[in-house]
Design a protein around this ligand. Structure first.
Ligand SMILES: [Zn+2]
Length: 276
């Protein structure tokens, strides 16, 4: 009695063979793949992180016990991830304002950009891939930023801000996050290997230690556009209050952008090496 192979099984085999053929032809088409692999062997060392450490004297405004050690580099799988950095505001959207219309007027958009550019330096030196929502003083509609991050295939989104309040006594650091789920109810941890909360928490702790600011704790907001419209894990960092007399002294200090960026980079590298 002859054995007949069920039709379904034949189709399955055919599919497998087709996939194998497709895969082998595709990998053959990837340019430079072999050269890259060969290049690995002659690569001598990891990026020298110490080169991008802020060349600064930290004034007594900031905690003296915070250590500015060379940051670790990202592990191989973390280097494959795309970090989207979103410097708050820009162009006609100036953000919060210090001394509005007066001498020494300062716009939040400019500090946010300075911090974001330093953050880019630190993370790139660690081996990260970065996409900047803006890297000059241009206007980007805030509701469009999440969509841009999705389009470029971001794995992690970080928005850089400083805060303001109508009450001058309000001060401190807060990090916003939103742990959304996709249409099938899958969590960010399931989809991206890390939650927004994990990232937010690490950044909050590191910033408090580096800046010595008051702890305004983690906050969640389902409607904040950059958090809600991004599909990847996303956080919005509010370093300090431009409207508070103590916080503004920190913001005005030359080393503020370096310290802020260093602390955020350190936290990000830590959670990414753990997660990926
Ligand atoms: Zn802002």
């Amino acid at each position: 009695m002859g054995y007949t192979i069920p039709m379904k099984r034949i189709l399955l085999w055919t599919n497998c063979i087709l996939l194998l053929l497709l895969f082998s032809s595709c990998s053959g088409l990837i340019p430079g793949k072999n050269e890259e692999a060969a290049g690995e062997e002659i690569k001598t060392e990891e990026p020298a992180f110490v080169d991008v450490l802020p060349d600064m004297t930290v004034s007594s405004l900031f905690p003296a016990d915070y250590k500015y050690e060379p940051l670790p580099t990202l592990n191989e799988s973390a280097r494959d991830k795309l970090i989207v950095i979103d410097p708050g505001h820009g162009g006609i959207d100036v953000g919060s304002i210090y001394r509005e219309g007066m001498e020494g007027e300062l716009f939040e958009k400019d500090i946010d950009l300075a911090i974001a550019l330093r953050l880019k330096d630190f993370l790139e030196a660690a081996g990260a891939k970065i996409y900047m929502i803006r890297d000059t003083d241009v206007y980007v509609y805030h509701r469009a930023r999440g969509g841009i991050a999705n389009e470029v295939g971001g794995d992690l989104f970080i928005s850089i801000h400083n805060n303001a309040s109508q009450y001058s006594h309000v001060q401190g650091t807060e990090v916003w996050f939103y742990d959304k789920v996709d249409a099938y109810g899958r969590t960010l941890e399931e989809l991206y290997g890390i939650s927004s909360h994990t990232i937010a928490s690490a950044i909050q702790n590191e910033l408090l230690a580096a800046l010595g600011t008051a702890d305004r704790e983690l906050r969640t907001d389902v409607e904040m556009a950059v958090l809600a419209r991004t599909s990847m894990p996303a956080v919005a960092v509010e370093g300090a209050y431009m409207t508070n007399p103590d916080d503004i002294q920190l913001i005005l200090a030359d080393e503020y952008a370096d310290i802020y960026a260093y602390a955020v980079a350190k936290a990000l590298i830590g959670v990414m090496n753990e997660a990926y």
